[in-house]
Write a protein that binds this ligand. Structure first.
Ligand code: FMN
Length: 463
């Protein structure tokens, strides 16, 4: 069979993900693999009709499509995102429709699930028959156990094609975007109390998004920095070269870093505004997020209030909401809110976002992390300490200085208590008592905090 590989990595042949494809190519010599470097060649695909037509012809002839891509910032690289946008803009979905599809990613398995959900949704939108995915850690190919699983995964894909297995759509089609926000009466501005507010957006003048950005800026009585991300003057997407790892300095010599320093770093309240394109924000926003990888794994939004303005059907895109939410919390920020133009209450929601952001910034409130940020921290901590620190020097320094290598094995007092408790459990009478009074033992250590809560609350009020 003819298998078409749509490679998303900007690194082309040097892509880690592509090595997994090469492994499959060797393992399945009876099938033909054609690699289309959608990520590496995005500029040519965008500008040269020939390149685009050639790619479509290859897809047209194939029996199945394997999307093979790294995970970049919780999704696919901006270059592949742009490629997917081009399919829509150029009405090329028909070429993909009816083809069997599967997805293979490499990553460190940090938000690989959101990348896969995105690709699955895209396959559904293109009318492809999505068979399944394989999410590999970037080093998995060294393990024979994984190699076996990869072979099973690909065999299953091939069999699905041969047997013409039925496939059900999982992600329902998105409703068309109906711009619903029209600013009416001028809002009562919120006193920003000296907080620095920055709104970054990619809305064109006259667009619904631009109206939301203006609407939010008008809700603020203090100065607000408003900037189009185009003004960052990015020369291109992240190249995935990881040369930034040593000093968190990107190889690109363009305006991104100055833009970041001017708008993102000083902001107490940072609002990012974008329009939904396919199942995410635009490729331009994705490029902005990817380029921020040059900050390494340092929490880049620490202590900030983050807000989003989203034009489009966010209510139908729980995956996008998850990425936006966790992007903020993973970076050490508080998610002040997300405003969309889906309901008729956008104006009121903008005002509420301004008010809430200032109030929470004033109080220094950062919501305790939930599972994704807790798990994300542990993945980064273990990956950086477990090997990446040899190259990611800036991360290593930051993790040491900020106590982020917080392995439980380093909590010696707790280890001693655990050991003693564990030994005590071998005494039958003690064990019987613990079993009988388990709920009491669980709440007992919290009593001291409750006793001191009034004092703490009074102290906070006086501040
Ligand atoms: C810009 C950038 C962003 C990344 N974001 C993620 C991420 O969100 N989650 C993850 O698990 N790995 C992430 N990684 C790690 C890559 O997914 C991993 O190194 C992958 O194997 C690279 O594959 P490639 O060589 O095919 O491009 C990122 C790497 C880069 C360069």
């Amino acid at each position: 069979m003819q298998i078409c590989i749509i490679s998303g990595s900007p690194k082309g042949e040097k892509s880690v993900t592509l090595q997994y494809v090469r492994f499959l190519e060797e393992a399945f010599p009876d099938h033909t693999f054609t690699v289309l470097h959608a990520g590496r060649e995005i500029q040519a695909l965008e500008r040269q009709e020939e390149a685009w037509d050639g790619l479509l012809a290859t897809v047209e002839e194939c029996d199945g499509v394997l999307w093979a891509t790294p995970v970049y910032v919780m999704l696919v690289p901006a270059q592949l995102k742009r490629f997917i946008e081009l399919i829509g803009e150029r009405n090329a979905a028909g070429v993909f429709s009816g083809k069997y599809a599967a997805c293979l990613t490499t990553s460190i398995r940090f938000f690989d699930h959101t990348a896969h959900a995105y690709l699955h949704g895209i396959c559904d939108d293109l009318g492809m028959r999505y068979v399944g995915f394989c999410s590999a850690h970037m080093e998995d190919l060294r393990s024979e156990a994984f190699q076996e699983q990869l072979i099973f995964f690909f065999s299953d894909f091939l069999e699905a094609i041969v047997e013409r297995r039925p496939v059900q759509r999982v992600f329902p089609p998105l409703p068309a975007i109906e711009p619903s926000y029209a600013p009416t009466s001028p809002p009562v501005p919120v006193d920003t109390r000296g907080k620095r507010v920055a709104i970054l957006h990619d809305g064109e003048p006259g667009s619904g998004l631009a109206a939301m950005v203006d609407g939010l800026a008008a809700c603020c009585a203090g100065p607000v920095q408003v900037a189009h991300i185009r003004d960052a003057g990015m020369k291109g997407g992240c190249l995935g070269c990881c040369r930034c790892a040593f000093e968190n300095t990107c190889v690109y010599d363009d305006g991104f870093s100055a833009f970041w320093e001017e708008y993102v770093v000083p902001a107490d309240i940072l609002v990012m505004a974008g329009t939904i394109r396919d199942r995410f924000l635009s490729a331009a926003w994705k490029q902005f997020f990817d380029r921020s990888f040059s900050n390494g794994h340092v929490p880049a939004f620490e202590g900030k209030q983050i807000g989003y303005l989203v034009e489009g059907p966010l209510g139908h895109l729980s995956n996008l909401r998850e990425v936006l939410t966790d992007l903020a919390t993973m970076e050490g920020a508080n998610l002040a809110g997300i405003v969309t133009d889906e309901s008729g209450e956008t104006g009121a929601a903008l005002h509420a976002l301004a008010e809430r952001s200032v109030r929470l910034a004033d109080r220094g409130y950062i919501a305790p992390p939930t599972f994704p940020a807790v798990a994300g921290h542990k993945i980064f901590r273990d990956e950086i300490w477990g090997g990446m620190r040899a190259i990611f020097k800036a991360d290593d320094r930051y993790y040491r200085q900020h106590g982020l290598y917080d392995f439980p094995t380093r909590d010696y007092p707790k280890r001693i208590v655990t050991r003693v408790t564990s030994l005590a459990m071998s005494i039958p009478a003690v064990r019987r008592d613990v079993v009988k009074n388990m709920p009491d033992y669980m709440v007992q250590p919290l009593q001291k905090s409750i006793e001191s809560s009034r004092v703490l609350a009074e102290r906070k009020k006086r501040r």
